[in-house]
Design a binder for this molecule. Structure first.
Ligand code: NAD
Length: 439
């Protein structure tokens, strides 16, 4: 196919001379910036967080999946640097926007970070620049919100500049699928835009999946995460149901998993966490409601999942009750507070609510998490305590929230008096004991 892109832009990209900017240097942005720098592009990272910018310029990595050694080397070679100043976009050929897209307290999308970024980008927008939004957002953000803001510059999309959306699928902590090996869905406002976006990503990512519009690409990400949220909601409900039925939900799932087609295993747990699954489906339901559509599955899954921390606390109460104890005055040790295993990310972690609810009921709560030395949230502020046989034996109940791999499960089982295991972590390691209660 003949390229509708300016020849010298294509050449600069193919020869890796094109200047690349990554805006928002977090879990998504930093690994991406590093990959472009690794294959030879001069990369500038832009972030409003001075601490992150300083760390990067000193060659330090603050994202566990990004090796410090790589950052150090790239900064030393002058391939990667960071700044808080958007003036750095002058002369940049392609930029990826990876800023946060959280929810407001009302659970509506908070797209203020995207808006603030585009307001800064438009000041330095120039001919033949490629702009890609990666932040997860509702369908329509790129063409309804970002495009008019950029075209207010007087430049025309598809001719003067190229705009697209490409959802990020990174899975922090996953050693098998990483930035370069996860297939990348790409889209553009016009065919030339899509071509430009595909060309940019094709330099660092092995498999590129073009789709027909930015709305489709935005929706792809929301389908993926809504799929997870709904299926986790289903197994959480099944766990709640299996308990009074006297059935081990984990055993049911293991056996169902043996079906080689038409089934995919999801697991119950103490509630959703992380920047994606608890949040993204609500971006979709918000937008659907604006169009008069009532997204019932999404809302129901959200409600079931959001009720899990309270269910964990209920189960702690029931387990203590069987031993003639109350939650009020009990000593509880929470094991693992990060939202998932082997990472230190606390965003939306259900542990926060579990701890908060236990404290409200009068329990004395400590936690241990080697990945989270300090917990400072609106409702909870504490430090991780060291794990010892004495501390385990002193706790009336140990509540396992995050099943980090390097926890010594045998010792925990040996020293504890009562364990509520929300992840089936002990049974998975073939540790069985009357002291262990599953979710
Ligand atoms: N973390 C994940 O696993 C993951 C996976 C897929 C998609 N996403 C999506 O990617 C986006 C980024 O997520 P993340 O986890 O990297 O977030 P993050 O909070 O780790 O990083 C975002 C960075 O953007 C910076 N920032 C905020 N406002 C800015 C501005 N106006 N200009 C420049 N920088 C700004 C912040 O200081 C921060 O360093 C979100 O939309 C998220 O939903 C995240």
């Amino acid at each position: 196919m003949r390229s509708a892109l300016p020849k010298n832009l294509v050449e600069r990209i193919k020869q890796r001379r094109a200047k690349v900017a990554v805006i928002g240097l977090g879990y998504v942005g930093l690994p991406l910036a590093v990959e472009y720098a690794k294959v030879g592009f001069p990369v500038i990272g832009i972030d409003v967080a001075v601490g992150r910018v300083d760390a990067l310029n000193k060659g330090r990595s603050y994202i566990p999946d990004v090796p410090a050694q790589e950052v150090r080397e790239l900064v030393r070679k002058g391939r990667l640097r960071a700044t808080t100043k958007f003036e750095a976009l002058r002369g940049v050929d392609g930029m990826m926007i990876c800023v946060p897209t959280p929810l407001r307290k009302t659970k509506d999308p908070d797209i203020s970070y995207i808006v603030a970024t585009i307001e800064s980008v438009v000041k330095y927008l120039h001919r033949h620049q490629i702009i890609v939004l990666e932040s997860t957002t509702y369908p329509g953000t790129t063409n309804e919100l970002v495009l008019p803001m950029l075209e207010a510059s007087g430049l025309k999309v598809g001719k003067d500049f190229f705009l697209g959306f490409s959802p990020e699928r990174i899975d922090p902590g996953n050693k098998v699928y990483t930035t370069t090996t996860i297939p990348k869905v790409v889209s553009g406002i016009t065919p030339a835009c899509r071509q430009a976006v595909a060309l940019m990503y094709g330099q660092v990512i092995r498999t590129i999946i073009p789709v027909s519009s930015t709305k489709v690409a935005e929706m792809v990400k929301l389908l993926e995460n809504t799929f997870r949220s709904v299926n986790i909601g289903l197994v959480n409900e099944l766990a709640l149901m299996c308990d009074p039925l006297g059935v081990n939900v984990w055993e049911v799932i293991e056996a169902a998993k043996s079906k080689p087609f038409g089934y995919m295993a999801f697991y119950p747990g103490p509630g959703l966490g992380g920047h994606c699954i608890p949040i993204d489906p609500l971006y979709l339901s918000w937008k659907a409601k604006l169009h008069g559509f009532d997204p019932r599955f999404i809302e129901l899954a959200s409600q079931v999942n959001a009720a899990m921390p309270a269910y964990v606390v209920q189960r702690v109460g029931e387990a203590l009750n069987k031993k003639g104890k109350a939650v009020n005055g009990a000593r509880i040790l929470v094991l693992g507070v990060a939202y998932k295993k082997n990472v230190g990310d606390m965003r939306e972690s259900p542990a926060i609510e579990v701890i908060h609810l236990l404290q409200k009921k009068g329990a004395g709560v400590d936690y241990h998490d080697p990945f989270v030395p300090r917990l400072k949230e609106e409702s909870v502020s504490m430090r991780s305590v060291p794990l010892s046989a004495k501390r385990l034996s002193q706790a009336d109940c140990v509540v396992l929230i995050t099943d980090h791999d390097d926890l010594d499960y045998d010792s925990v089982a040996k020293s504890s008096r009562l364990i509520l295991d929300t992840r089936n972590a002990f049974a998975k390691r073939r540790i069985h004991s009357g002291k262990i209660v599953r979710l």
